[in-house]
Structure formats: structure tokens, C-alpha cells
Design a protein around this ligand. Sequence first.
Ligand SMILES: [Fe+2]
Length: 269
Amino acid sequence: MPDFSFIQITDHHLLESEGQIREGFVPGYALHMVMKHIAAHVAGKADFILSTGDLVEPPTEAAYACAIRLLGLAPAATAPGPQKVNSEGLHDYPMYFLPGNHDDREMLTRCLFPGSEPVELYNFAFEHKGVQFIFMDWGPESKAVFLRETGNFLYQALQSALPSVIVCHQHVKPIGSRWLDSFIADEIDDFWEIVTARGIREKVLGILCGHAHITYEDEYEGIQILGLRSTAFPFAKTDGPTLILAPPHYRFVSIQNNVLTSRIYRVVI
Ligand SMILES: [Fe+2]
């Protein structure tokens, strides 16, 4: 299996124009600076960028048009892509988008994949250089829901002999913040039962999440869990919502010899 790397970014919360302000933050400008940093420092060493959700908030056609314009996206024929980014010196650079709870799945697929049937649940699996990527959907509410359909999809995908990376928006294990941890699915034990089953857990290289707007590393029964700060507005790990002034993060992820490791980059803006 050839080694490769990719880049995770998350929670962009774009508004209808690049310069629009939200709670003192400018999500469009911040994403623009993150992409610029990626292009200058790491894009040449990675195969693609992966966004783990909340591309826009609220979801409107104009907000998705802003995202498409900002990233210079060339539409992809079928979901989940990749899309091709053309901005900040990146040319046709592959990028995948998962919807977050703030995205409208139907609108996102219609805007990003005009030739594709809109989907209600963004569950996809694909192979990249011998590794399976499993995009799984916890639904369009802040609080995750482990739907039976998603459970069946996850179970089936993990029957593959390939090593797998699970990618989702909502987080899967408490991070130590009462309000954020109330968003974890009530059915989370059913999820872990599937993922940690004998013969399965050994194949799971890691789980990448967004949603919490906080960078962290954790594990569950030996399975690595990685969360990431929002590019738009970071939260503090407090029991209620607290915004903090801190530079956006992105995560550079490498898979070598079936081991997933990563490094966080800070983007001072
Ligand atoms: Fe978010």
C-alpha cells in the first residue's frame, strides 16, 4: 500500500459574501487565509483536502454560491466528488465536502453536484490508494442521531478488507464540555459496537470529526479520534458556548504502513 497524506479542515460557516461578519469573525476571510496557507505549505505533499462539515450557515443558495466562488470550485459529476479547487495558487486540487448539521443535504448536493441526484443522508465509501474512506452522516441536527440506515451502511462498509478511515461531522466521544457533549448521539454505544467488533477494529485507522470547533486527540478502545478547530470561530472547552479568539487550525494527516499520524498547522490571520 503506498503511503499518502491529506488535509482536514472543518466548520467554515460561510455566509452569503466573503466579507460578511458573524459574532466579530469573518468566516470567508478566515477560510481564504487557511486555503492560502495550505497552498503555500502543504498542498504539494498531500493528495486532497477533506472538509468535515458546516460549509455554510444558514444554508442558502447564495451561501453555497459564495463557497463555490471562494474556492473556485469546478462542479463534480457525482457525489462525493472530489470537487476541484482553483484558488490561492491551487489548480484543480481535489477536495471532498461532508455536510455538517448546518448544511442542507439536498441543497449542498444540488449546488456542488448539479449532475447528481440530491441525497438525504451523506453516506459514502470510496477507496484511495488502498485505504477506504467512510463518510458517515449523523444527520442535520446539532445532536447526532445514529439512524438505522447509517448503521447498516457503516457495518457493510467495514466488512471491506481494506484499512478504513471513518469521517463524520458530529463528535463521537465526550470532550469535556457539557453543552457540546450533549450533542453526542444517544445511540453512540451502537456505533462503537459496530466499530470495535472483533476483526473490525484492527482495520480502523482513525476517526476524523468536526462540529466541536475544538482541536483534540483521543481514543476509544485503541481507536484514534481526532477533532479539529473551526476555520470560522473556535469554541473554548467550557460547559456553555464560549467563543475564543484563536488562529484557525488545519490537520495534515499521513498514512504510512497502516498507521495514521497527523500534525496541526496554525494559521495566523
Ligand atoms: Fe460548526
